[in-house]
Design a protein around this ligand. Structure first.
Ligand SMILES: [Zn+2]
Length: 249
């Protein structure tokens, strides 16, 4: 039996023969000098909403934490286990990221569960209900609004939860300090899986709007051609002894 699922090994082979081969020098520079990403993204675990894919990011460009429904818990140094807060601490205190993006997405299963806490649980387990209770007051307000359809409630809570998480980010003292000093900017974003529409939150009003992006009228395989992010510059791979592809078969 294979040590890893074959689909992963196939993907690994194509990574080593493709991206790694093209960007060998970049990977080596990152290994030697360490990472220095400017941007942290807090995204959902959902397999359809991977930030590196959506933003066309290469190695070293995004510091990403993913959790169920891309939530930020309030600052609570109580000795408990806090994975997202630990990632925030590292990103802000050690890496000194300049931007934190909370990115939600359409059709989020976690948000759906938060809207119908009495329905069948998302999974038989001990943790999701407690985790989603971060949204309890706002979820209750949205789910009791009978003027909205269920689809409208879903999208509304997906976006309101982003504002809630941004509020919770500001409960971390060092985040509030760095934001006040102008060293850190907080952003909200929402991605529609089926259309690839990206919406961004206006920091003044909290409203979501589509940022201006110059897209091809007929998007090809990837919306993010080239390298739009600001990270380590690619240096041409020397292509000689770097051909790990030989060993990946
Ligand atoms: Zn989700």
């Amino acid at each position: 039996m294979s040590l890893l699922p074959s689909v992963l090994l196939d993907g690994y082979r194509s990574f080593v023969e493709g991206r790694y081969l093209q960007e060998t020098q970049r990977y080596r520079t990152l290994a030697r000098e360490g990472q220095a990403p400017d941007t942290m993204v807090i995204a959902c675990c959902d397999s359809r909403a991977a930030p590196e894919t959506i933003f066309g990011a290469g190695a070293g460009e995004l510091f990403v934490v993913r959790n169920v429904a891309n939530l930020v818990p309030p600052y609570r140094p109580d000795g408990d286990f806090h994975g997202t807060s630990a990632a925030l601490e590292f990103a802000v205190q050690a890496l000194k990221v300049k931007h934190i993006v909370v990115m939600g997405h359409g059709r989020c299963g976690g948000i759906k569960a938060a809207l119908s806490p009495d329905a069948e649980p998302l999974s038989p387990g001990d943790f999701i209900g407690k985790w989603m209770s971060i949204l309890e007051p706002v979820a209750a307000a949205v789910s009791s609004n009978e003027l909205l359809t269920s689809g409208e409630r879903q999208t509304a809570l997906e976006r309101i939860s982003i504002r809630t998480s941004i509020g919770n980010l500001r409960s971390f003292p060092y985040i509030a300090e760095r934001e006040a000093a102008g060293d850190l900017t907080l952003h909200g974003a929402w991605f529609d899986i089926s259309t690839a529409e990206l919406w961004a939150m206006d920091n003044e009003s909290g409203d979501f709007q589509r940022p201006l992006v110059d897209l091809d009228p007929e998007p090809k395989d990837s919306l993010a051609a080239g390298d739009p992010m600001h990270g380590v510059k690619d240096e041409p791979a020397d292509g000689s002894e770097d051909a790990l592809s030989e060993g990946a078969n």
